[in-house]
Structures are given as C-alpha cells and as structure tokens.
Design a protein. Structure first.
Ligand SMILES: Cc1ncc(COP(=O)(O)O)c(C=O)c1O
Length: 406
C-alpha cells in the first residue's frame, strides 16, 4: 500500500515537472524564464508578506510649516511623513512603515543611479466639498505600477496593501490637504533598485516609497488651451519598449524634444509612433484625444502608449453618455485631412495633473492648425466639469470610481 503510494507520488512529481518543462519550453526563451521566475517569486513573497506585514507608524516630533495654499504650484512642497518598505531577495517586501519625511542615504554604486531600474505612479487625494477625503481609482494605479514593475523586472507588490498604506499616510498628513478650490494632495509612489553593484541585472534589493505633495489648482486662471508641436525628429517610445510603463527613463528621454518645442514657442510635443513617425501617440506626458466630426478618437494602446486612468475614465464616461468614441490607430495625415475639411473640432490631452488640457493649435512641419479658434470646445469642457465634479465630490459618482479615506 505504502509502496504504491510512494510510486504514485514519484509519478505525480515527474508529471508535474514535465508539465512545467513543456510550459517553459513552449512559452519562453531562457531569458524570459529567468525573468518570469524573478517576477513571480517577488509576487508570491509579496502576497504572503502582505498578509502578515504590519504597518508601523512613527510620527514626526518636528512638523514643518505648511505652505501658503494660494502659492502651491506643482511638486514644490512635501508633507511631514512618507511610506517606505524594503525588498530583499529571499525575504520579499518587508518592514512597511510610515516615518517622518527624510532623505535617503544611497551608496554611490546603487543600481538605480546607473541603470535606471525605477518606476513610479501619480494619483491624488481630494478634499470633497462636504469635507471628506477621497482617492480616484487607486486600484488602477496599483495595477499599472505592477505592470511597470513586471516590465522592469522589479518584484511585484500587493496593490491592496499599498492602497491601505496610502490611505493611512494620507490620514496621518490630512492637515496638509489643501482646501482651496481645485487644489489637492498629489500622491507619488515610486520604487527603485539599491543593490550596491555596478552591473546590469535585475536588482535584489529595492526600496518602495510614497511621498505626498500639496498641489495648487492646475488652471488658476481658467482652462487655457496650449500650443502643440508635432515632433518628427525624436521619439518617446516604441512597441516592445517601455512606453506603456511609468518608468522614470521614459521621461528622461522625452526632455530633449520638449526643450526644442519650447524653443519654438510651443508648450508641448505631440509624439508620433517610433517606427513610421506616422501615428499619433501622446501629447507631452498625457494621453491625447481628437474630436473628428462626431467621433472622439484616441490612439489605441499598442504597447508604446501609457494607459492613462483619466483616458480610461473618459472613454467609459463618453460611452455611458452615448458619444461615438473610438480607440484606434490615428495618423497625423488623417488629422491634417480633417483640419482641411473643417472636421477637426477639438483636441485635448488627458491626465491626472490637468484632467483635460485643451489644444488650441497644432504645428506639423510648416502647417499651423488652429483648433476651435484657440478656445476650449464643448466636449472638453463637459469632460473637465464631469471628472473634476466626481473627484471633488461636487457631483455624484455613478461609476463607483472614488474611494473615501476613513
Ligand atoms: C506619459 C504619460 N501618458 C499619460 C498620462 C496620463 O495618465 P493618467 O491619466 O493615469 O494620469 C501620464 C500621466 O501620468 C503620463 O505620464
């Protein structure tokens, strides 16, 4: 009886290994196997660790002076506390803690400083008109950050646990949430590699951190349309690269194009696809949408575009309101054609910081295309009012997008 059981067990183990081997050799190259094992390992440890992981809170004894709410701008001030957890190979994510905001001490050989193994997120906490604090779709930010981590071979983390930690952090620093109209508390989660090793490989030691920054109204003087330069020399991303992630490196490589557009008097660049320089992708660090006749078009997500939470929400909102909305390939030639036929009605960027950024003028080569007489259009205005209304609790959230911090 025992012998039969023993043989059965050996057969089962062999069968399992064969199944794993078949899976591996039909689905992956060797480099993929190493990569997937690493990411999977991180995920499992994280999940396990998160169940038992406690969040320790140490409050500052030396609170900072809060800035003038009317002069906040964006990314200029940071609150009294931050969330930190560490990853070490073999231990997974551990030591989750809220501690006084302070600089990190980094060894000069820390990998992130050399090979940019880093990614981040951006979301906001809003003080609603009835005094509550709420977040907008934080689960989507966590899912996107884990997708960024996977692409960058950074161990995944438990998104639900980090949302809980963010809510705790926001509660600890709730007096920092500005109350002036359209102000908010920007939340910046980020993760980076700290192995002391100048060598290119996935890190074994990382730091995950969340900092908070009170930010002013994006449009202090009303929604001002921007002038956009269609970039033909530089590219932001290619399919197969990291365009769909929030890797810090994506932003470093976009600076040169932005700088040259600014030299010509344009506020942002409209990025075209990296292979044919034909299809529209993003505008600055935002997704982009065009109203062509009665159709709202936004470039489809093919791997080189960041899937914005604002973009996703706008597509859902437009569909719910019965608009014709398409996520599809959109060439710059189609936009020029629509402009010439008088069908280019509106264009706008979408993102957490601005929500909607209307485009008043596009420059492509020698062609200058004014849009809606350089004014914000009705669809852009409706989207801005609806989304900001939901975020600041001015109108009911029929979609279940907001989460109250209690
Ligand atoms: C490159 C890029 N595209 C699009 C977006 C818009 O994304 P979201 O709507 O999630 O803020 C952002 C901003 O975070 C971005 O950095």
């Amino acid at each position: 009886m025992h012998r039969r059981l023993f043989l059965f067990e050996i057969a089962a183990i062999l069968q399992k290994n064969i199944v794993i081997a078949i899976y591996i050799f039909t689905n992956c190259r060797i480099s993929d196997i190493i990569y997937r094992n690493k990411c999977l390992k991180g995920k499992l440890i994280t999940k396990e660790g998160a169940k038992t992981m406690e969040l320790k809170i140490t409050k500052t004894t030396n609170p900072k002076q809060k800035p003038d709410q009317t002069k906040l701008g964006f990314g200029n001030y940071y609150t009294d506390h931050m969330f930190v957890m560490n990853y070490d190979d073999g231990e997974g994510w551990h030591d989750a803690r809220i501690v006084p905001y302070a600089p990190f001490e980094l060894d000069p050989s820390s990998m992130v400083l050399h090979y940019a193994q880093e990614c981040f997120e951006g979301l906001k906490a809003y003080r609603t008109v009835d005094g509550k604090i709420q977040l907008f779709r934080p689960d989507k930010n966590m899912a996107r950050m884990n997708a960024s981590c996977e692409r960058l071979c950074i161990p995944k983390f438990d998104g639900d646990f980090v949302i809980k930690a963010i809510k705790e952090l926001v509660k600890v620093d709730q007096d920092w949430i500005p109350t002036e109209k359209d102000t908010s508390l920007y939340i910046r989660p980020f993760v980076f590699a700290v192995d002391h090793h100048v060598g290119v490989h996935p890190a074994k030691h990382l730091i995950f951190c969340v900092i908070l920054s009170p930010v002013g109204a994006y449009y202090a003087k009303g929604l001002a349309p921007v002038k956009i330069y269609v970039e033909q020399k530089y590219v932001r991303a290619v399919i197969g690269g990291t365009g769909y992630t929030k890797a810090g490196a994506n932003y470093a490589i976009s600076l040169k194009g932005q700088e040259e557009a600014a030299e010509q008097g344009y506020e942002q660049t409209l990025w075209l696809d990296g292979v044919e320089r034909k299809y529209v992708e993003e505008v600055g660090a935002m997704n982009v949408m065009f109203v062509l006749g009665d159709e709202v078009v936004t470039p489809e997500l093919r791997g080189s575009i960041l899937g914005g939470i604002t973009r996703m929400s706008i597509v859902e909102l437009l569909k719910a309101k019965g608009y014709k909305v398409s996520e599809r390939l959109l060439s710059i030639d189609e936009i020029v054609d629509a402009f010439k036929k008088g069908e280019l009605k509106e264009a706008f960027g979408t993102g957490t910081a601005a929500v909607i950024s209307p485009i008043g003028e596009l420059k492509y080569g020698d062609l200058v295309m004014p849009i809606n007489d350089g004014k914000i259009g009705p669809i852009s205005q409706m989207l801005y009012d609806t989304l900001t209304g939901i975020q600041w609790g001015r109108i009911p959230d029929e979609f279940g997008w907001t989460q109250v911090v209690e």
